[in-house]
Design a protein around this ligand. Sequence first.
Ligand SMILES: *Cc1c(COP(=O)(O)O)cnc(C)c1O
Length: 230
Amino acid sequence: MPMTSTDTNPRTPAARLAAIRARIATAAKDAGRRAEDVVLVAVSKTFEEDAILPLLDAGQRVFGENRVQEAARKWPPLRERYGDIELHLIGPLQTNKLADALELFDVFHTLDREKLAEALVKARDKGTVLPRLFVQINTGEEPQKAGIAPGAADDFLRRCRDEWALDIEGLMCIPPTEEEPALHFALLEKIARRNGLVKLSMGMSGDFETAVRLGATHVRVGSALFGTRD
Ligand SMILES: *Cc1c(COP(=O)(O)O)cnc(C)c1O
């Protein structure tokens, strides 16, 4: 596997975790915010138990996965050993995997369409306790990317509240790779604020400090913690 700066510096997973936490704290402080108000979601997708265990042993408890089946294979045994794990779904969810996802995840970051909202309502009506929910906004309006277009966000959030009685905790975005992420983070913050939402899931390995300065409450960091994915 090629070596990159993110997977060699610092060398141990615990040291990488400490370094990321310190960078989050510095960015929060710069923005007049408290480090405790930023949740680090360690994105463990594609990584197996051998890579995850050192982070658990270093005290990390909040993890993100983007595929339901992969998470269902990896996490139940880890949960048996480390009871207080919080699992976040950060990838698109097909409604035929919803039941499995509801069993596994504490938080969905990717409520991105009417059909999924309606499937959640149906599950709730059958007695399922829903996870905490973030609505994904496609801030770059990229056709290949999931999420609600910025212009449709207010209406979708209103329907979540009035039509579906879904309790929305915040918003999430994944900026286009070629664009300045700060513009997208600022747009997400603006949409959240005018809709009375306070949680923002934004920022990844390359831009989490910018996200924290612009108000991120959840940063989703993968490769800077675990190394380069194959
Ligand atoms: C993979 C992924 C991340 C983590 O990306 P890194 O650049 O490795 O930190 C964050 N958010 C989502 C939605 C992802 O799919």
